[in-house]
Design a protein around this ligand. Structure first.
Ligand SMILES: Cc1cc2nc3c(=O)[nH]c(=O)nc-3n(C[C@H](O)[C@H](O)[C@H](O)COP(=O)(O)OP(=O)(O)OC[C@H]3O[C@@H](n4cnc5c(N)ncnc54)[C@H](O)[C@@H]3O)c2cc1C
Length: 423
């Protein structure tokens, strides 16, 4: 994994993937070993299907191993916007499914004893400015109407809960929590192996075709024949062009972690253990890990041409939010790519007989990826399409994806270059 990720440095889970050294014939083949693919492998194996998961690099190589670790209950969009985009009934169904999704994640962690620092202390969506407080008020009203147990915090309460300076309020969601995402992903993979799935890595799928009554995949010179196929490659899709490929706007996000903070500094920062992000256009995230390391993140690619701007901004952000931790050196820094869709909604793409691609969680993939992966596996193995969280589409396009990605990266660099505390 590029950069020096805190999650890989502290992950104790082993995924159990092996080398692909023979041809296979299976009920379900899965391409991609992130949350979606591993959750699908676990569910299909649990249902008694023979499963092969093929991962190009190592399990958790993509967004699943690089993210902030906020197990959110819902999508980027508030519930009314989801209903407006999907229709009332389909929107309400998706909102209800994702409201329960963190419980599904934390239940899996408990059931399979996944060693991933689970902490269900909720999340705080923080207002970076008065305009952000108005946005949160709107999210609070919509969330309440859809039954979400949200609580509003004023600026003083937010200061006491986070220890951060300069925030204008927050929305607390007790359904959510935090994990080490790479360890969760590898733990899901281990659980899938224990249930009988076979996971292969490194096994980049370089060819995919439909032959008479089955799908045929090629990887490492071997052939995998399968009745059903799930493409779970999301933002890290490699090589396989065609109607099955996910279409999205790639959106960079970088993170930085200190070493364990001294007790005197740590005790004032997030004493309740919530995970946080804010309302700014170039969004900022912050949280602690189990050892008390402060992890901050923001939009932009620290490995790209504006990398130094993003890294200087991360330092200024720590100084401005948590002055007592302001000079703590960063010990880890890494970056990842998020698959954003134009409407910020995930997509299930039905591209052929018994074949789905699941992608576009738009920065909310831990709980949704877990749920979509399992539901896709159920649908492909048993034919139960009614329990899919969304109706599959047969095509999805993203217009001007490269231009929009460039605008986002350039805009974040401009905002981050604009001086101390700029968000
Ligand atoms: C920096 C960052 C922060 C984020 N923060 C959060 C957060 O706090 N909370 C949250 O819920 N979500 C967050 N997300 C989103 C979340 O991480 C993703 O939505 C999620 O990881 C998607 O999981 P996935 O399994 O669908 O895809 P991925 O985890 O990206 O896995 C896809 C896998 O497919 C493999 N692959 C690609 N092509 C091939 C091929 N040809 N053959 C075989 N294998 C292949 C890749 O190597 C990769 O391992 C964040 C994402 C990023 C990048």
């Amino acid at each position: 994994m590029a950069g020096s990720s805190l999650w890989s440095a502290t992950c104790r889970e082993e995924a159990g993937a092996i080398a692909l050294d023979r041809d296979l014939d299976v009920d379900l083949a899965i391409v991609g070993g992130g949350f979606t693919g591993c959750s699908a492998a676990l569910e299909a194996a649990r249902l008694g299907a023979s499963v092969a998961l093929l991962e190009a690099h190592d399990i958790g190589h993509g967004g699943s191993g690089r993210n902030v670790g906020l197990v959110n209950a819902g999508l980027w969009l508030p519930p009314d916007d989801i209903a407006a985009a999907l229709g009332q009934e389909a929107g309400e169904r998706l909102v209800a499914t994702l409201s329960e999704a963190p419980s599904r994640v934390f239940d899996l962690i408990e059931r399979h004893a996944i060693d991933c620092e689970p902490r269900r202390a909720g999340t705080l969506h923080c207002a970076h400015a008065p305009s952000g407080a108005r946005d949160l008020e709107n999210r609070f009203r919509q969330g309440n109407r859809s039954g979400a147990p949200l609580t509003r915090l004023n600026a003083d309460e937010t200061r006491a809960r986070t220890g951060a300076k300069g925030l204008h309020g927050a929305l607390f969601d007790p359904r959510a929590g935090t994990i080490n995402p790479l360890a969760y992903c590898r733990g899901l993979a281990r659980a899938a192996c224990e249930a009988g799935a076979r996971l292969f890595a490194p096994a980049p799928v370089t060819r995919l075709e439909r032959q008479s009554d089955c799908w045929v995949l090629s990887a490492n010179g071997q052939t995998v024949r399968t009745n059903a196929l799930l493409i779970a490659t999301n933002a890290y899709h490699e090589g396989l062009e065609g109607p099955h490929a996910p279409r999205f706007v790639p959106f960079s996000f970088s993170q930085y972690a200190t070493g364990p903070l001294p007790d005197a500094v740590r005790s004032d920062i997030l004493p309740g253990g919530e995970g946080c992000w804010d309302t700014a256009t170039a969004m900022t995230s912050f949280r602690l890990d189990a050892e008390g390391r402060l992890i901050v993140g923001s939009v932009g690619n620290r490995e790209g041409v504006s990398g130094r701007i993003h890294t200087s901004h991360a330092r200024r952000m720590v100084r401005s939010l948590f002055p007592a931790a302001g000079e703590e050196p960063f010990r880890h820094a890494w970056h990842g790519t998020i698959a954003m869709t134009g409407d910020h909604l995930p997509k299930l793409l039905a591209f052929g007989p018994n074949a789905l691609t699941s992608f576009g969680y738009s920065g909310r993939g831990i709980a949704p990826g877990t749920v979509f992966g399992a539901a896709a596996a159920r649908a492909l193995v048993t034919g139960d399409v009614d329990s899919l969280p969304m109706r599959p589409v047969t095509a999805h396009a993203e217009r001007f994806a490269r231009t929009r990605a460039f605008t986002c990266e350039f805009g974040a660099a401009l905002i981050h270059a604009c001086g101390p505390g700029s968000r």
